[in-house]
Write a protein that binds this ligand. Structure first.
Ligand code: SF4
Length: 364
């Protein structure tokens, strides 16, 4: 299939890329429900994960996405998305006797728990993150009296701090490590006694995908990030790339690529945000190989083996309906051999390069 009559581009695939453990779990929840409850309406509060294709595929299977609990009929099934919700949303759902399945990523839940704990201890909490992101809205809702949002160092002068010795910062899970460092350093300069969170709130998947881009992008002429514009961690990957001097484009899928981008490009890095399905990456590679002729190398920067179990409420529902809750429909993808098989079956030259970064192990 590959055409080598043209200038050949080298495509480097970043590993890790794409789905994280929280996204696998959240997508699995909705997928399981569709099978478990045939004929019943399934509602999801907000996009289950921030990816246009994932949402459209579920809409095609009858799932209804709502932005308000008021839009869910009483006693219906509703899934809370991976980004988490505030206690006020939980209370609304309870008042309507909804059957709620909470697909919040456990690493988001961890930040909620930290917020609750510090607020109870009388701390003021500075939450570093994007004010309107659903995750931040949800965390804020856990202790609105104690939390102030900090988006950038410019927000620091307007913070209302009553006791600088009882101050902690927490962060959104999907921030840019570079940007978060700038904000946290500024907070520490302004409030030397501010406490760090018990462990970094920026999750392992965000960290690892950014580390891969930081390590590989400097050797490339262009970076393509597969992901949606409202996916925080996908947008952050383009920013990390720009920070190391390599231009980056965020695309939902192969239909958005522009041939003009590839002029003078000899080496191209392809990665994907934590909510972007791997089949979109494969489609993109196939298209690029057909157009430009290319060899593909996957650079393995870090291996991930994090998995999250299904929510207890879903497991309970599965048991009640005679389904083994141990069975997973959506499982962690590439074990290496399947990737090789895919490339082989498409006639695309492919090899893996072990560039594993050791030390500073990342596992939330
Ligand atoms: S990006 Fe991180 S916090 Fe968000 S769902 Fe994935 S693992 Fe969880």
């Amino acid at each position: 299939m590959a055409r080598y009559d043209q200038r050949s581009v080298k495509i480097v695939l970043a590993n890790p890329r794409g789905f994280c453990a929280g996204v696998y779990m959240a997508i699995d929840v909705v997928d399981q429900l569709l099978d478990l409850c045939p004929g019943e309406s399934i509602y999801v509060f907000h996009e289950i994960v921030h990816n246009r294709h994932v949402v459209e595929r579920f809409k095609g299977r009858g799932v209804m996405f709502v932005e308000s609990i008021a839009d869910v009929p009483d006693r219906a099934i509703v899934v809370f998305s991976a980004h988490g919700v505030s206690p006020a949303i939980r209370a609304e759902a309870k008042a309507k006797h909804l059957a709620t399945i909470d697909a919040t990523c456990p690493l988001v839940t961890k930040v909620h728990a930290e917020a609750i704990r510090y607020a109870r201890k009388g701390f003021q909490i500075l939450l570093v993150g994007h004010r309107h992101h659903q995750e931040v809205v949800g965390t804020l809702g856990e202790a609105p009296h104690a939390i102030q949002i900090v988006e950038s160092p410019r927000d620091i002068p307007s913070l209302r701090i009553t006791n600088p010795d009882a101050l902690v910062y927490l962060t959104q899970t999907t921030l840019s490590l570079d940007d978060a460092t700038i904000v946290i350093d500024a907070l520490k300069k302004a409030f030397p006694n501010i406490k760090d969170p018990p462990a970094s709130d920026i999750c392992y998947a965000t960290t690892n995908r950014q580390m891969a881009v930081r390590a590989i992008a400097p050797t490339c002429d262009l970076v393509l990030v597969v992901g949606s514009a409202n996916s925080s961690n996908s947008v952050r990957l383009t920013e990390i790339s720009a920070n190391v001097g390599t231009p980056a484009r965020l695309i939902d899928d192969k239909s958005e690529i522009d041939p003009a981008w590839f002029e003078g490009v000899n080496t191209l890095l392809v990665t994907a945000g934590a909510s972007a399905p791997e089949d979109l990456v494969h489609d993109l590679i196939e298209t690029l190989v057909r157009k430009y002729g290319a060899e593909v190398e996957q650079h393995d920067i870090r291996q991930e083996d994090v998995e999250f179990g299904l929510p207890g409420t879903l497991k309970q529902m599965m048991r009640e309906r005679g389904v083994d809750p141990a069975g997973r429909r959506i499982v962690r993808g590439d074990d290496g051999s399947r990737l090789h098989e895919w490339f082989e079956s498409h006639g695309i030259p492919f090899r893996r390069v072990d560039m594993t970064l050791r030390g500073a192990a990342i596992a939330n």
